[in-house]
Write a protein that binds this ligand. Sequence first.
Ligand SMILES: Cc1cc2nc3c(=O)[nH]c(=O)nc-3n(C[C@H](O)[C@H](O)[C@H](O)COP(=O)(O)O)c2cc1C
Length: 189
Amino acid sequence: MKTLILNGSPRKNGHTVALIDEIKSVLKGEIKIIDAYKVNVSACKDCRYCFTKKGCSIKDDMQEIYSDIEKCDAVVVATPMHFGTFSAPLFTICTRLQSYWPAKNNVREEQDDIKPKYGALIVTTGGKWVNMELLIEGTADFFFHYTNAEQIGSAYAYYTDTNPAKDNIKAIEQTRYLGQRLNELCYRE
Ligand SMILES: Cc1cc2nc3c(=O)[nH]c(=O)nc-3n(C[C@H](O)[C@H](O)[C@H](O)COP(=O)(O)O)c2cc1C
C-alpha cells in the first residue's frame, strides 16, 4: 500500500503536521509526503498542450507529483484552511490536475492511467463558523475526482489558536480513524 500525503502547511511543526504525524502512526505500507510550500510548482497557464498530448508542458516538480498520484493506493490531503480553502501553494498544485481534464471529457482520446484509489481530507482551522467546510470540501471534491480517488471522509481540528491540534482528542480520533479505514480498504483489494 502506497500513500501519498500532500501537506499544505507552511509551518514545520504546525497543527497540520501534528495531524499528519497521527495518520502516519496508523498507516501501513509506504508513505510519501509532499510539502506544497517546498516544491517548485507553477500554476496551470491554460496552454492546452494536454488537449492533444498526455501530460503537461510545464516541466517542474509537478512531473514527479503526477507520477506519485497515478501510482498510489491512497491519497491524503492535509491543509490549514486559508481563506476558506486549501493554502495557495496546494491550490496551485490542484490547478495542474487540469491536465487530466481533456481525457476525462473526451477532448483527447488517449486516456491517462491513474490508479483508482481512496482519499481522505485533514483540515486545521483557526476559527469556526456555520458551514465553513463548504468551500474546502468543494475544492477537495474536485481534487479527489481528478485524482481518481473516492473520498472516505474528513477530519477537522477547529479553533487551533486556542486548542492546538496536538491536544484535540476529537480531531486526533477522526484522523486515526481515517488512517485505519484507508488500511482496511486498500488491503481488502
Ligand atoms: C493566510 C491565512 C488564511 C487563513 N484563513 C483562515 C480561514 O479562512 N478560516 C480559519 O478558520 N482560519 C484561517 N487561518 C488560520 C489557520 O487555518 C490556522 O491557524 C491553522 O490551524 C494553521 O495550521 P498550520 O499550523 O498547520 O499551518 C488562516 C491563516 C492564514 C495564515
